[in-house]
Write a protein that binds this ligand. Structure first.
Ligand code: F6P
Length: 326
């Protein structure tokens, strides 16, 4: 073990994600196992600036592995991206004698981690915590699996009523920059079309598809990622229903129910593995990397690479959807 490492600071930042608590638990328990102290920081980077440090022991994280949200709370901090805010954050880490920092969050969180680590040569390790699954260097971010299962459960219910009424539904799911929630859940619910920011949305082609079906269907479901370039579900529904005859249309925005709830088994296990490995990484003097899992193996991806927004959308999946939604 690296001698100089005795105290680790830990925070969650950005949008919360189911499984963050499992990751917090894993970090705290792994650190305790190695005789390291853990300082939890409340409210993410904002709390780091405001000195909201609390001591976390093995017992502090009892009975949280199954809970959604984050016991450390979270914010999107505008102050942290300023020079003054980041310097204050670093000063506070030093004042509390933290030798390393573990952050759990999405791309904004990891960008902040990259800047803090580089500017002050401070050891920071990141864990991918976001329902969006839009980070490079892990097959699944913490929270993604739970979120897509929440979407599937909700859309299955929508399908029941859509079938009964012969309706066309536009269901908006989260993902302002990424369509991975839309893509996976759309396939799982047998959607008729999936619209997402990564692939250009052609409204005319969608209208054509809805009109020229090979067989008359009693319901149709279009999954719309909130960041789709053609607009949100309401806007798209308006454009489409003006021209598609024979279906009454309805819009459902699933919203923040996608971010809450009991984490799935997959998210709990991934979060536990990643939290455990984050402590190991600091002990091995690693810094400036995100811990991920690729093909079931632990990986370390430099922050710069992790936040690149190269989404691994498999075009074959969209082609498959066309065939399967005949
Ligand atoms: O980053 C996760 C996410 O849920 C996105 O999918 C969504 O666009 C955004 O956060 C919503 O953020 P907020 O809760 O701050 O409105």
């Amino acid at each position: 073990m690296k001698k100089s490492l005795s105290r680790i600071a830990l925070l969650t930042s950005g949008g919360d994600a189911p499984g963050m608590n499992a990751a917090i638990r894993a970090v705290v328990r792994s650190a305790a196992y190695h005789g390291l102290e853990v300082l939890g920081i409340m409210h993410g980077y904002e709390g780091l600036i405001n000195n909201e440090f609390i001591k976390l022991q093995a017992s502090s994280v009892a009975n949280i592995i199954q809970r959604g949200g984050t016991i450390l709370k979270t914010t999107r901090s505008a102050r942290f991206v300023t020079e003054a805010g980041m310097s204050r954050a670093h000063k506070n880490l030093k004042a509390f004698k933290a030798d390393g920092l573990i952050v759990i969050g999405g791309d904004g969180t990891l960008r902040g981690a990259r800047d803090l680590g580089t500017k002050f040569n401070f050891p920071v390790i990141g864990l991918p915590g976001t329902i969006d699954n839009d980070l490079v260097g892990t097959d699944m971010t913490i929270g993604y699996d739970t979120a897509i299962n929440t979407v599937v459960e909700a859309v299955d219910k929508i399908r029941d009523t859509a079938e009964s009424h012969d309706r066309l539904f536009f269901v908006e799911v989260m993902g302002k920059d990424a369509g991975l929630i839309a893509l996976r859940s759309g396939i799982a619910v047998g959607a008729e079309a999936i619209l997402m920011p990564e692939s250009p949305t052609n409204i005319e082609a969608l209208i054509e598809k809805l009109q020229n079906v090979k067989r008359k269907k009693s319901s149709k479901i279009i999954i719309v990622a909130e960041g789709d370039k053609a607009g949100g579900a309401f806007e798209i529904a308006e454009k489409v229903t003006a021209k598609v005859k024979g279906y009454e249309a309805r819009v459902t925005i699933l919203g923040h129910i996608q971010r809450g709830g009991t984490p799935s088994c997959m998210d709990r296990v991934n979060a536990s593995r990643m939290g455990y490995e984050a402590v190991n990484a600091l002990m091995k003097s690693k810094q400036g990397v995100m811990v991920g899992i690729v093909n079931k193996e632990i990986t370390y991806t430099p922050f710069e690479q992790a936040v690149k927004h190269i989404h691994r959308l498999n075009p074959e999946l969209l082609k498959m959807l066309e065939v399967l939604s005949l």
